[in-house]
Design a protein around this ligand. Structure first.
Ligand code: SF4
Length: 328
């Protein structure tokens, strides 16, 4: 079997946060022991509420910030040290699509110039070849070369995100991290941009890490889905199987709130308690204060992410107990 294009092994990242009257410093574990492997041409959907560590995971995987522990490998090699020539060469193969296209673009420059920028930086081709590549990229994202002369403020939100996508594709990357790429767009435009991304992925054999809190769009594009809660993966498995049969109580609640198109929800599971706060991680299973199925041991023992059959892994004492009984 070929190695994954991107692999994160037990990556962790903490930040110091000052709190209280005396400004006491506490460590906030944004990402805690996350392992992911994404095969070439595959999309891994990373879901979870705000504060779950999805975006930090994406930034570490992309080499934008180093992990405190663990390792990221790209095309079988460890990520090079930031700022080195090897790191720049790796980074040209990996790009990021952000949530806010207007924030990602310079309002003072025509968008064609901004698409050409990565080609200028990496010295790709002659000036005429770069101009031709910009026209080609505009057509690839279903815009026209004329759009290249416009400024970001003169484009719609969907058109701006297409420009961001064209710019990300300029250096012919293998891997894209898409962090909430359609959350800022109207619902009617979201599906168009996700469909375009899926088409480009198929044409260009792109590998995607698709980060979103919205299961509807994750379902549309992902082969594999990982669910995060307070910095850890609590469930991971193939998308169709996970959406059809969520095992972890948190995944069950998320899926119940986002039924498949054309299907009625079997009954929404409404979670009580506070949303996740990385600065106040509960003992034991971090989800236990909100979990409708919590038992006594959940408040003291951290459940380990473990295989429960097929390619599914789940971190839950009850699911593991049932899997162990089934196997006996
Ligand atoms: Fe709920 Fe306990 Fe499973 Fe955590 S370990 S998800 S609290 S049942």
């Amino acid at each position: 079997m070929s190695p994954p294009l991107v692999e994160a092994s037990a990556i962790s990242r903490s930040y110091a946060m000052r709190s209280g009257m005396f400004g006491r410093s506490t460590a906030v574990h944004a990402v805690d022991g996350v392992s992911l492997a994404i095969a070439k041409g595959e999309t891994l959907g990373l879901v979870g509420e705000s504060g779950s560590g999805k975006s930090t995971t994406g930034r570490i995987v992309l080499g934008l910030e180093p992990p405190d522990r663990g390792e990221v490998r790209f095309q079988g090699k460890p990520m090079a040290a930031p700022g080195t020539t090897a790191w720049r060469a790796q980074r040209a193969r990996m790009q990021m699509i952000f949530q806010d296209p207007l924030g990602a673009l310079d309002r003072r420059l025509p968008v064609g110039t901004q698409i050409r920028e990565p080609l200028d930086i990496h010295g790709v081709g002659t000036p005429a070849e770069r101009e031709e590549r910009v026209r080609e990229l505009l057509r690839a994202v279903e815009l026209t070369p004329a759009h290249g002369t416009r400024y970001p403020g003169a484009l719609s939100g969907g058109q701006r995100q297409r420009i961001v996508l064209a710019r990300a594709l300029a250096t012919k990357p293998d891997f894209l991290v898409c962090d909430e790429p359609v959350s800022a767009l109207d619902v009617s435009i979201q599906a168009q941009v996700v469909n375009l991304l899926a088409d480009l992925q198929a044409q260009l054999s792109l590998t995607l890490l698709f980060i979103s809190h919205d299961l509807r769009v994750v379902r549309q594009i992902s082969n594999v889905v990982a669910v995060m809660y307070l910095g850890r993966i609590v469930e991971i498995g193939s998308a169709d199987d996970l959406f059809a049969r969520p095992e972890h109580p948190y995944t069950q609640a998320l899926v119940s709130a986002s039924p498949a198109p054309g299907r009625r929800s079997a009954g929404r599971i409404v979670l009580s308690g506070d949303p996740p706060n990385p600065a106040a991680r509960p003992q034991g299973c971090a989800f236990h204060p909100r979990c409708p199925r919590a038992v006594a041991r959940c408040a003291s023992e951290v459940p380990i992410l473990a295989a429960v059959g097929g390619n599914r892994q789940v971190a839950c004492h009850l699911v593991m107990g049932a899997a162990t009984r089934d196997a006996a």
